[in-house]
Design a protein around this ligand. Structure first.
Ligand SMILES: CC(=O)SCCNC(=O)CCNC(=O)[C@H](O)C(C)(C)COP(=O)(O)OP(=O)(O)OC[C@H]1O[C@@H](n2cnc3c(N)ncnc32)[C@H](O)[C@@H]1OP(=O)(O)O
Length: 403
């Protein structure tokens, strides 16, 4: 008999499962006050846990929303927003069982895609998640910032009071909408949960107003410390969120953030790979990319629906053979054409697994690179170049919502 049982979380078990996650992530148990705030966002729905008797020892949590895919369609998306196994139960297959239960549940509920932000890049590939979108971390030396004369002309930026942020920003995020592959809609409860990027507790919120009203916002924190030797004060800024509906709003928010007095260095977390900031500066080295990180891991749950829903570029069709050892029904050959994709009995031009399909689905990787890396097995030497043309996207994918 197994030492533990994996099952859906029931009402009344929410807080205990939240604490399992917290401890796995090295956070203290939630206080009563903290729980009162996040409880509406941590319901039993979409959660599976492993139990040793009555005690939860591992959990995987999710919520459902929609994701924009290349071409503009929005697909049912399951966001995996919390995974943890208690330290004395790791490496015994608990996560593997939790993932299997969760994947089956997602398919049963008609979800087409699933995604997550990974604590470590070595965990989720085995369950079919691929690193679909990457982001860059900027370190910006404010003293070197000079704007090019041809940078978009901004509107006006204003700082919101704390009380206004939670009413104005969620509506503004909705009105900006999904603009690039990988963007998701944020359910109301997202704003209650304690993500790194939330608009709560000490974040300052800047809103950009263009000709037609509010069209972008940024949230940031600053920290000041006295350098030990010269005893100079040093202030750094962390830009947590920056969402803009158009290039002028993006330029306006960056101009504002980099105009805040006394800040020496501004850091921005996981910006899209095609953020225009460096190209708007006289000295692009004022904005250094200090790291490139995987941002969104994507898992195709319903391969036929997902492949047919996205748009493709112009190229001769390619037959791809997909292998999915967890959701076997996805395995098989698909003919990808500029007009869509469907199952076929034709011989495959390339073969790849579901993780690699997750990597290339949103357009964040050139299939020819993945073929050269050995992740795509090639039977027709011309096929990788055709796949590049079919899967290319105008904008780099980016989720932009931490969950
Ligand atoms: C979406 C998110 O929430 S990201 C946050 C993920 N959570 C954390 O990082 C919290 C700390 N870590 C943990 O709680 C656990 O170690 C987990 C959840 C990452 C893994 O749980 P486990 O129950 O140990 O995983 P399980 O025993 O099923 O391992 C399955 C396989 O993954 C491997 N694996 C598991 N975790 C890791 C890891 N961190 N690094 C590398 N390999 C790993 C195992 O070695 C095993 O490999 P095998 O199939 O070749 O034998």
């Amino acid at each position: 008999m197994s030492e533990y049982v994996v099952r859906a979380v029931a009402e009344g078990e929410e807080r205990a499962t939240r604490d399992v996650l917290g401890r796995a992530l090295h956070r203290p148990p939630v206080s009563d006050e903290h729980w009162a705030r996040i409880a509406p966002a941590w319901t039993a729905e979409g959660k599976f846990a492993a139990f040793d008797g009555d005690e939860p020892i591992g959990v995987t949590s999710s919520f459902t929303t929609e994701m924009l895919v290349p071409g503009g369609r929005r697909l049912p998306f399951a966001a995996v927003d919390g995974v943890g196994v208690r330290a004395d139960w790791t490496r015994r297959g608990v996560l593997t069982e939790l993932m299997a239960a969760q994947l089956t549940d997602f398919v049963g509920r008609g979800q087409v895609l699933a995604g997550l932000h990974a604590s470590e890049a070595t965990i989720y590939g085995r369950y079919g998640y691929g690193a679909a979108a990457r982001g860059q971390i900027f370190a910006i030396d404010r003293a070197k910032v000079r704007w090019r004369a041809d940078a978009p002309r901004p509107g006006r930026v204003r700082l919101l009071g704390d009380a206004d942020a939670l009413t104005i920003v969620p509506a503004l995020f909705r009105s900006i909408g999904s603009l690039r592959p990988g963007n998701i809609a944020r359910p109301d409860h997202w704003w209650l949960n304690d993500h790194d990027t939330r608009v709560l507790d000490g974040h300052r919120v800047a809103v950009h107003y263009g000709r037609d009203g509010a069209d972008g916002f940024a949230t940031f924190v600053t920290a000041t410390e006295r350098a030990p030797v010269l005893a100079e004060w040093r202030t750094t800024m962390q830009v947590r969120e920056l969402h803009a509906a158009n290039p002028a709003a993006l330029a306006g928010l960056w101009r504002f953030l980099l105009s805040v007095d006394l800040v020496q260095t501004a850091y921005a977390n996981v910006r899209p790979m095609d953020d225009t900031l460096p190209a708007m500066l006289e000295d692009p080295r004022a904005c250094r990319t200090t790291a490139i990180e995987d941002e969104l891991w994507l898992r195709l749950l319903d391969v036929p629906a997902a492949l047919d829903a996205r748009a493709y570029g112009q190229a001769e069709p390619v037959v791809i053979e997909v292998a999915d050892r967890h959701l076997i029904a996805n395995s098989g050959a698909y003919r990808v054409t500029p007009d869509g994709a469907s199952r076929t009995d034709a011989p495959a031009d390339v073969r790849l697994d579901i993780e690699t399909l997750g990597m290339l689905y949103l357009g964040g990787w050139r299939p020819s690179l993945l073929a050269r890396a050995g992740r795509i097995e090639v039977f027709d030497a011309e096929a990788p170049a055709r796949l590049d043309a079919l899967f290319q996207t105008a904008a780099e994918p980016w989720c932009g919502t931490h969950f």
